[in-house]
Design a protein around this ligand. Structure first.
Ligand SMILES: [Zn+2]
Length: 357
């Protein structure tokens, strides 16, 4: 299986984030996550690590607002130029606003802090010097993997009767980022940009199995019928992102009935999860997509520091197996997962069904 990865992700490494209550903690979405995944992939017989191609801005701007992308590109330089001289090294600084827009009024202020409050949803999406560069490389991984499955979708491999699949080892992740906002460690919605790119060649189903509801992906495709979006996640009644992921959110306009949320309770077990997953997969089968995009987050794993499910290692392998049985050309995109010690093993377990091992 081709795995698209860029070392550029290391340039996005904020010194801290803020938890509820104003607690300043080390950034959980850190480069060590991908080191652990790469090291596990290296031990398999099937993973081939590849550098992504550069797709430029067009596929990004087909999904995201140009004002937002311009903000991501220039925010750090604008903000750092305003900082008074101090002894704090710039690598210890993080651009985070203290005021958030709520979007009740359409004005986008001129000041960089005002725009930060407009374009950022929460305190886990801080910007540092290398954030934009890393986000661009991350989305290129998703697009490169999408191109591979699009190119190969007509050709069944001679080695096995597996349909085309590829893994985009993305960092930063993307699924909380909407058309014009960053949120939850996410800046550019890698899976959404790739799904939109693939939709030029046929219907796409995007299944998000990260522990957290994919508010950004939901927003991006909410009024579209050519990309079916489905999310299984911790119930937003008790879990981030709180304001999206409810079962009555089913799309609107042309997209009515083309978005489905499966909120699940705290402590969800393998069995409970797999029952919900089978329902989600039935919806995908009924849609008959040409391509499948899976946003995979290993934070469904028991004991994840940001999750409250009780899914075992075997459960994660089973989830991969169930999804692979759809038999669709599949792009797997990395989202969350913060138990770094078990992350590599869980990701390779998930992927193994797509390579028939
Ligand atoms: Zn997550």
């Amino acid at each position: 299986m081709n795995v698209y990865y860029s070392d550029t992700h290391r340039q996005h490494n904020p010194a801290f984030e803020l938890f509820d209550g104003g607690q300043r903690v080390p950034y959980l979405e850190n480069p060590d996550r991908l080191d652990k995944i790469l090291s596990a992939l290296d031990k398999t017989a099937w993973a081939e690590i590849k550098e992504p191609l550069d797709f430029g801005l067009d596929p990004i701007l087909a999904v995201h607002d140009p004002g937002y992308i311009n903000f991501l590109a220039s925010a750090w330089d604008e903000w750092i130029a305003m900082q008074p001289a101090s002894d704090t090294p710039s690598q210890n600084l993080v651009l985070l606003p203290a005021t958030f827009a709520l979007r009740r009024k359409p004005h986008i202020p001129a000041s960089v802090l005002g725009r930060a409050g407009y374009y950022i949803m929460d305190l886990s999406a801080g910007i540092v010097k290398g954030t934009y560069k890393a986000a661009r490389a991350s989305v290129n991984c998703a697009l490169s993997a999408a191109k591979l499955i699009a190119d190969n979708s007509g050709n069944i491999s001679s080695l096995a009767d597996q349909p085309a699949s590829a893994f985009a080892l993305c960092r930063p992740p993307g699924h909380h980022s909407g058309k014009d906002y960053a949120a939850g460690y996410c800046f550019i919605n890698n899976a959404a940009v790739a799904a939109n790119w693939l939709s030029a060649g046929g219907k796409v189903a995007l299944l998000d199995i990260d522990y957290h509801a994919c508010n950004g992906t939901q927003d991006i495709f909410y009024d579209r019928s050519d990309v079916l979006t489905i999310s299984l996640h911790g119930d937003p009644d008790f879990e981030y992102p709180y304001y999206a992921g409810y079962p009555d959110e089913i799309g609107e306009g042309d997209g009515l009935n083309f978005h489905h949320n499966f909120p699940l309770p705290s402590g969800t077990s393998d069995i409970t999860y797999l029952v919900a997953l089978e329902k989600a997969l039935d919806v995908i089968l009924g849609y008959s997509p040409k391509f499948l995009v899976v946003s995979v987050g290993a934070d469904i794993y028991k004991g994840d520091p940001l999750g409250k499910f009780n899914i075992s290692h075997k459960g994660i392998k089973d989830i991969g197996h169930y999804i692979s049985k759809l038999g669709l050309p599949t792009l797997v995109v990395m989202e969350g997962g913060y138990n770094n010690e078990d992350l590599g093993g869980n990701v390779t377990a998930f992927l193994s069904s797509f390579v028939g091992s």
